[in-house]
Design a protein around this ligand. Structure first.
Ligand code: HEC
Ligand code: HEC
Length: 479
């Protein structure tokens, strides 16, 4: 039993070897091991990543499932969840849930219905992470003790004891909360929240948006009213926008007839936040006015997909199969034929339903939404003009040689003046896999040897940052 779990772990470690080198703190690294450990289910085979995979922006990784049932099967065959997996990334800044007396709105928490409030641990993400292991519709472990035992006997239990010194494995409550705390740390790490989208670079003045994307952004903030809930502006200290205000709303999305949960329970209606509030004596008086409301999700990575034909589903029940569909719904809910809403009460009629956008406007909004995917590559060519305009004594980054390479290659660059320089290597998901330079450098022509000995074959990006300039090139490792 232990041997086979250890083997599985080794295979998983090998498959993720490229990302193991990322600069994570020990606690974040521990959380990552747990997040990807598919022995932490009963039967084994399902990890958090089974429903929250990095290549799709930490949401559901099966195009077929997204196009049909939308909800994912748990560890037990034939047992399904009732909602679409939202992204597990960019959730760290959701506050502990509170009732804002001024706006009369509930703000914060995790899950579509907010039930991981953060009231107990002070961290909604940690509270969320305690759920899936024990949920019979997800990882289906019989008890917290069973999960703790698996972690205690895992290949990373040594790391666990380093991160949590004095671990007492028979204190199930504390250890289980610490497991959740490590997952939360990973979910808040820069690997999961890299802020490497085109829009992030645009906000930093490093790239320009295309005409269509620019038009989409204007509509997003203006006529489309999207910005009223999905905030697109930087914070007062330049914090990157999270594209949510952490409130709840009922958009009037129709039932998804393909969701097997509705087939299992034909009369079930998703109560959203109202359903949760009903269980809290302090707030049950607000249940009715929040019936059918769901959390405003971040829009970061809504378009991130492994290939253009890959289907993603949108909304709490995945009714929509494309960004164009959901934008068209916002635009025309009240003036075209749409199936009846799942919940008609509390439907928002002030900010959506009849936006009077043209077809080209809808396309522009979709084009803008596509700029929110992490791992955007700034090609040198896109920079040359920027460099010419600004200052022609900027650094230069040359193509590595040899290229393709195995396993070493040389990266050369030129610095017009001395200064602090970083040179980092990223994989195609935008995850940092190596830091080659992070120090003060004198002016001149420099070369650095990159050894990709432990990385899998594939495309990598190397990025040089010096002052305000960031340059990036592609290279190919062929083993
Ligand atoms: C079987 C699929 C499945 C598995 C396995 C799973 N999740 Fe989820 N996850 C979901 C679904 C579905 C939701 C939304 C449920 C709801 O809102 O009621 C969700 C919600 C979340 C959220 C809330 C995001 C938000 O914006 O509110 C986070 C974070 C998350 N999961 C992390 C995890 C972690 C960590 C694990 C492993 C311990 C995990 N999930 C395992 C399907 C899954
Ligand atoms: C009144 C607040 C509000 C406004 C205005 C709004 N949204 Fe949303 N958005 C939400 C909520 C709430 C959800 C989740 C609803 C649900 O699933 O029931 C959502 C979901 C989405 C999703 C699906 C994300 C996912 O992960 O499933 C996309 C995409 C989206 N909105 C884009 C937009 C665009 C584009 C606009 C402008 C045309 C817009 N929204 C305007 C509140 C809003």
């Amino acid at each position: 039993m232990r041997t086979s779990r250890f083997l599985l772990f080794l295979v998983a470690a090998f498959l993720t070897a490229g990302t193991l080198l990322a600069q994570l703190s020990p606690k974040e690294q521990l959380g990552k091991f747990i997040f990807f450990d598919n022995t932490l289910s009963s039967p084994t085979g399902q990890s958090c990543a089974s429903c929250h995979a990095p290549q799709v922006g930490f949401t559901g990784p099966s195009s077929i499932v997204n196009n049909t049932t939308v909800v994912y099967e748990g560890a037990v065959t034939g047992v399904f969840g009732n909602r679409k997996p939202p992204t597990a990334a960019y959730g760290g800044s959701s506050p502990v849930m509170y009732f804002d007396t001024k706006s009369h709105l509930f703000i914060g928490g995790m899950f579509w219905d907010g039930r991981a409030t953060g009231w107990e641990l002070g961290d909604p993400l940690s509270e969320q992470a305690r759920g899936p292991f024990l949920n019979p519709r997800e990882q289906n472990n019989p008890s917290a003790a069973a999960v703790v035992y698996k972690v205690q006997t895992s290949a990373y239990s040594g790391l666990f004891m380093t991160v949590y010194p004095g671990t007492n494995w028979s204190d199930i409550t504390t250890t289980y909360n610490n497991i959740a705390g490590a997952i939360s740390a990973y979910e808040k790490s820069s690997e999961v929240n890299p802020f490497t989208s085109k829009y992030d670079y645009y906000l930093k003045g490093m790239v320009k948006l295309s005409k269509d994307e620019q038009k989409g952004l204007s509509l997003f903030k203006g006529k489309g009213k999207c910005d009223k809930c999905h905030l697109s502006k930087q914070g007062p200290k330049g914090q990157p926008p999270m594209f949510t205000d952490f409130t709840y709303d009922n958009l009037g999305i129709p039932k998804n007839p393909q969701n097997p949960f509705y087939i299992e329970f034909p009369n079930w209606v998703d109560p959203g936040l109202g359903g949760f509030l009903q269980t809290v004596s302090q707030y049950s008086q607000y249940a009715a006015e929040n019936y059918g409301k769901h959390k405003v999700p971040t829009l970061r990575n809504v378009d991130l997909r492994p290939d253009p034909a890959f289907i993603k589903a949108y909304g709490h029940n995945g009714f929509f199969k494309s960004l164009k569909d959901i934008v068209h719904f916002y635009n025309t809910r009240d003036v075209e034929e749409w199936p009846v809403p799942e919940v008609a009460a509390n439907m928002n009629t002030a900010e959506l339903g009849n936006l009077k956008l043209t077809d080209a406007d809808e396309d522009a909004i979709v084009a803008f939404l596509k700029t929110l995917s992490d791992g955007y590559v700034i090609e040198n060519s896109a920079y040359s003009r920027y460099m010419d305009e600004e200052n022609d004594s900027k650094p230069v980054l040359m193509q590595n040689a040899p290229n393709p390479f195995n396993p070493t290659t040389i990266i050369r660059f030129e610095l017009p003046e001395a200064g602090f320089v970083t040179l980092k290597v990223y994989n195609t998901l935008g995850q940092e896999v190596s830091v080659l330079l992070n120090r003060y450098e004198s002016a001149g022509l420099k070369s650095v040897v990159f050894n990709a000995g432990s990385l899998p074959s594939g495309i990598y990006f190397y990025r040089l940052q010096s002052g305000n300039t960031i340059l990036q090139n592609k290279m190919l490792l062929l083993k």
